[in-house]
Design a binder for this molecule. Sequence first.
Ligand SMILES: [Zn+2]
Length: 157
Amino acid sequence: MSKSIDLTGKRFGRLVVIEKLNERKRNRVVWRCKCDCGNYKNVVSTDLTTGETRSCGCLKIDQNEVNLREEYENKRVKGIAKHLFKDKEPRKDSSTGYRGVTKYYTRKSKELRYRAWITVKGHSYYKSGFKTPEEAYYNGRLELEKIYLPQQEDKEE
Ligand SMILES: [Zn+2]
């Protein structure tokens, strides 16, 4: 004897309940539902009300696609990070002796200053106003790496 609420016409996620079926599962009423994607699925009432079932199964498939995409993005980002971290030591071949550090002169007083920069995925980020290239590298460039480069999980040495 199951006294269940009438779920006809109610929506649960992507499913809209069409009709009550005569069959019982786990001693509970089974409902015929139509999914937004057009598929039909028979769902036990408690699976609907608890949110256990919210689509014909297509929702999960979509979620898998999202996960795959994120995984791919992560890999791509890691690829960039690895490339940039190849030599952790500052290179001595740029004009300032430090990778990602350039010198410039302040507009008004024409004083020599150093600017740290980093380019990640086509975007450049700057930190200016350092008095020495060392400062620009350690307080600028390395800070920028911390902010804009994804954390490296596997160290490459
Ligand atoms: Zn569906």
